[in-house]
Structure formats: C-alpha cells, structure tokens
Design a protein around this ligand. Sequence first.
Ligand SMILES: *Cc1c(COP(=O)(O)O)cnc(C)c1O
Length: 224
Amino acid sequence: MSVISEHLLEVRQALPPGVELVAVSKTRTVEEILEALDTGQLDFGENRVQELLTKVDALPTALRWHQIGTLQRNKVKAIVPFVHLIHAVDSVKLLEEVEKQAAAAGRTVTVLLQVHIATEDTKHGFTPDELRTFCEREAESGEGAVAHPHVRIAGLMGMASNTKSRPLITHEFSKLNSLYEELGESCPVPWKTLSMGMSSDWKIAVDCGSTLVRVGSAIFGSRS
Ligand SMILES: *Cc1c(COP(=O)(O)O)cnc(C)c1O
C-alpha cells in the first residue's frame, strides 16, 4: 500500500462517523490524487483556481471539488459549472457574484460563509457581528423572496490561529461552533456543514463540533 493510502486510511479511521474528509490536494500531482482516489477518496480541496481547472480536466468526473481558499470575484465564473462546495465566501459581494454566475450557468451552488475567528489579520472572513447582521437580513427576506435563489448557504468555515497553543485553538473553534449553532437555526435553509480543522488541528476541531475537516499534508506529506 502506498504512503498516501496509509495516511488517508489512518485519518479516516480516526474521524468520528458523520465527519467528512476533504483531502487538500493543492500543489499535488494528478498521480498523487489518483492514489487517494484509489483508496476511495472522492472529495478534494484546492485553493488556486488555475490549478483546480487543470486538475479537473485531467481527472475523472466522479471527483467532488472543493474551493477552499480565498476566491477572487473574477474567478467565480470558471468554477461555478462544476464546483461541489465553495468554502470561503468571505463577503456579501462575493456571494452576489456566485449568485450571478450560478444563475447564468443554470445551477444552484452550495457555499459556506467564512468567519474570521483567528487573532491574525491575515485570515479573511465575516466578523461574528457582520455574520449576525447578514443572517438577520436573510431571515427577513423569508421564503419566496430569497435574495439569492441560486446559492445555498450550507454552513460556516473558519481557520484557527497558526499557533501551538491548544487552549487558543480550542477557544477559536468553540467560538465558531457557538455561532454555527446560534445562527444556523434562523437561516432559511438549515445548516449542516461546519468546515474547520486542518492537518495540525483537526482533532481539536472535531472535539469542538466540526462536521468537515480539510486535511492536506497529513495525507500527502509536507509541501515544499
Ligand atoms: C492548505 C489548506 C488546508 C490544508 O492544510 P494542511 O496543513 O496541509 O492540512 C486547509 N484549509 C485551507 C483553507 C488551506 O488553504
């Protein structure tokens, strides 16, 4: 068995039932992705649109592609026809662009809203208060008058601070989980996905209520 398969099975076995695994394949070759596919992995995450498009062309259509990183508005059109889940919708403007392009493509696209939970400024996303305001407006628009009929908001995504401090990471993930529970109820479509946790912190994320982890280097080895 290949090293990739071994690592993949290890992670999968350690995940509680019901927690989804997205294998983060950025910078990895098509051959490496095929090894993971041979081990039954269908969900893959990429953060650069150009790289994603090249891989989509080279790989079987059975794969489900997750756009996990910062997404520029002018790149939305290229991924909307096939993307399975956009994790990092970090502004209303981006959401509106997804709506526009999804309508044009005749699809409904599922997205997560990214929340800024880390102490670092470099991470994108809604602040908790912006998110509350946004969700209130969504609830007001009600059924039948949905502001974005081609976008389905399925939950939240967040990244913890890049730190070794377990208490800080736990605090940030717990905060995100509370928001998810607080706001998910009032949204027109009930939420079901809380995307949090990567190679270094996915176990903490799962303890804090994650329903989807995005794991790259723990499966494919470290990126150079
Ligand atoms: C790269 C990346 C990951 C995976 O990182 P690893 O440390 O390799 O597991 C997860 N989420 C996002 C948004 C990423 O950009």
